[in-house]
Design a protein around this ligand. Structure first.
Ligand code: DX5
Ligand code: ZN
Length: 223
């Protein structure tokens, strides 16, 4: 199933609750929440208090993307403050398998993210354990960057690998997705679409509806 996950990194934080409600009402299924620690990525965004305070404004899935070095230190706290799906970077974990287990033990879904330059083969021995793979389609750290074309082949390769194994694991793509690039990533096999500036950069409700329409059309073509 195709899922839209608007990234609140591009939202107006003065009105964060309302902005989340706008994309919720427009039909977005997930809310993408980017946590940055200033170590794994150059920038710092926000953490648990912000997530806890907006938890009550929506029932939608909180899709928490941890751009944090050694995320095992904080998994429990993110689960407590309302994360439903917790994604960690393979590059940031010393013991990736253990972190995935930790997320599952807390009753949450587990995702593994890869930077654009990280090869797919790091997933080989965890692929059967993850609920979602997040392929970064920009270098993580900032919103508003340009989609990296080299990532299209990676999405295609991952989808065919998953098909071969008989897994229907979600592939999330994150970075530079807009009304143009979304066609490319859907065609390549991504089904969870993160969109920050292309949603919150203008009228969030209208942008959400337009992206969802494109996603629905592509799903119908596949059936
Ligand atoms: C980047 C973040 C993204 C970001 C995407 O490091 O992981 O989720 O918000 O922003 P856009 O859609 O503007 O590229
Ligand atoms: Zn993200």
């Amino acid at each position: 199933m195709n899922i839209l996950s608007p990234s609140i990194l591009a939202a107006d934080f003065k009105h964060l609750g309302e902005q989340i409600q706008t994309v919720d009402q427009a039909g977005a299924q997930y809310i993408h929440i980017d946590v940055m620690d200033g170590m794994f990525v150059p920038s710092i965004s926000f953490g648990m208090p912000v997530i806890s305070s907006v938890r009550s404004v929506t029932q939608k899935v909180f899709d928490v993307h941890l751009m944090i070095q050694n995320p095992e230190r904080y998994i429990e706290e993110f689960a407590k403050c309302g994360a439903d799906l917790i994604t960690v970077h393979a590059e940031a974990c010393q013991h990736l398998d253990r972190v995935i287990q930790q997320i599952h033990d807390l009753g949450r879904k587990a995702g593994v993210a890869l930077n654009p330059a990280t090869p797919l083969n790091v997933l080989e021995y965890v692929l059967d354990k993850v609920d979602m793979v997040l392929l970064m389609t920009v270098n993580p750290g900032f919103g508003g960057q340009k989609y990296l074309d080299s990532c299209t082949r990676k999405i295609t390769q991952l989808r065919s690998w998953l098909d071969e194994m008989g897994y229907d694991t979600d592939i999330e793509v994150d970075g530079g997705i807009n009304k143009e690039t979304i066609h490319t990533v859907l065609k390549a096999g991504a089904n969870v679409i993160v969109a920050g500036s292309s949603v919150f950069g203008g009228e969030a409700g209208k942008n959400t509806e337009e992206l969802l329409k494109i996603m629905k059309r592509s799903e119908e073509r596949r059936v």
